[in-house]
Design a protein around this ligand. Structure first.
Ligand SMILES: [Zn+2]
Length: 380
């Protein structure tokens, strides 16, 4: 039995689902054939037959659409429901990085289309670099890492604060960056023209489109709370020139960035010293208290704790430095419905022997800051 093969199969399937969606976007009238998807399906079926002992009826699902119909819409751990218990435990399936992910796609009946879920995208992000390379967010990262610290912050902040930009905003930022070719390229890499009609998403500020099966944004979580589009500002890319962040940039760059700016706003309120993205993103926010104590913060927007834990493990925890405490901070609402979230991540940090680094919610971070500020006041 070979767990690597199963991991690879699942990564290829996730990648294939995203690839199919992109192909459909580019050429709506052609069948979006993804070799990666078929390859992943074949590997998974082979494993199911050889090791899972599911019987050769499984080959019915070698057909791509049959496979997607059965597997793409259910959580990954359910893919193994009919496997023999022995294989399940021998392969230690419960502790695999792919375990605990929700469905990779959701199905829209009217268009007969499988749209990749946020879990699918997040899962891919935790995979090997060769899967991440070639993405829009990687291209952007390669540009901005070459900028000076000040320009890096300027461009990054602009992108976070402008999920959508008008032609005037684009002109203004390009004028501001006039003598910096790389910074201008970064802006051009981050944005694409939006040529559709839609709304400004009331949740994240990106473009929300009324699809044939309800509104669609960069994440299904934006529409989960059934936003009221009556009050949302209309965005019409058919009658004026509008730019929006590319989807990957919105998801991996701008979305966690909001949390970073929230942390900074809180530090301002508490009159603490702060620096955004010190040493170009070694950390996200550095906080300095009146007694000179330094905390380093890394803001994370993964909804799945296992995804965050794998990401942190891949990065070997928080980079070493002269800080008293380090925090991986997540939005407070991510623990709703998953009370174990921080415990799961902190178990991973324990294994990395970083006792002064913890995963906490934004709410807990504020509490810890308040406590530390009170301590500093007592000393004076
Ligand atoms: Zn949104």
């Amino acid at each position: 039995m070979d767990i690597t093969l199963i991991r690879k199969a699942i990564a290829l399937i996730a990648k294939g689902i995203v690839e199919k969606d992109r192909l459909l976007e580019e050429q709506p009238n052609r069948y979006p054939h993804s070799k990666k998807l078929q390859h992943g399906i074949n590997m998974f079926l082979y494993a199911s037959l050889e090791w899972g002992g599911v019987g050769d009826g499984i080959f019915e699902y070698a057909d791509e659409s049959k496979f997607l119909h059965k597997y793409a819409r259910i959580p990954i751990d359910e893919w193994f429901d009919d496997w023999e218990t022995e294989a399940y435990s021998q392969l230690d399936l419960e502790n695999q990085p792919f375990h605990g992910y929700g469905a990779f796609a959701y199905y829209r009946k009217k268009t007969n289309r499988y749209t990749p879920s946020e879990d699918c995208a997040v899962f891919l992000e935790t995979q090997e670099a060769n899967i991440v390379e070639g993405t829009d967010e990687f291209a952007l990262y390669e540009k901005i890492i070459r900028l000076s610290q000040a320009e890096y912050c300027l461009v990054r902040r602009f992108i976070i604060e402008h999920p959508i930009m008008t032609i005037d905003e684009r002109r203004d930022i390009l004028i501001q960056l006039a003598d910096n070719t790389i910074a201008k390229e970064a802006i051009n890499v981050a944005y694409e023209q939006f040529q559709d009609k839609g709304y400004r998403c009331p949740v994240c500020g990106w473009t929300m489109i009324e699809g044939s099966y309800g509104p669609v944004c960069h994440s299904e979580y934006c529409v989960e709370s059934a936003p009221n589009l009556d009050d949302a500002a209309a965005v019409d890319g058919t009658s004026e020139t509008i730019y929006r962040l590319k989807k990957g940039v919105m998801r991996y760059f701008a979305q966690p960035g909001k949390l970073e700016l929230d942390i900074v706003a809180f530090c301002e309120k508490k009159k603490l010293g702060w620096e955004l993205w010190p040493q170009k993103d070694t950390y996200d926010v550095e906080i300095t208290f009146p007694d000179g104590t330094v905390w380093e913060i890394d803001a994370k927007a993964y909804r799945n704790p296992i995804a965050l834990r794998s990401k942190i493990e891949n990065d070997n925890g928080l980079p070493d430095g002269d800080y008293q405490r380090g925090y991986f901070v997540i939005p407070t609402d991510f623990v709703k419905g998953n009370r174990q979230y921080t415990t799961i991540v902190n178990r991973g940090l324990d294994a990395l022997h970083q006792p002064n680094v913890r995963c906490i919610t934004m709410h807990q971070l504020k509490e810890n800051i308040n406590r530390k500020v009170a301590e500093c006041c007592e000393k004076n």
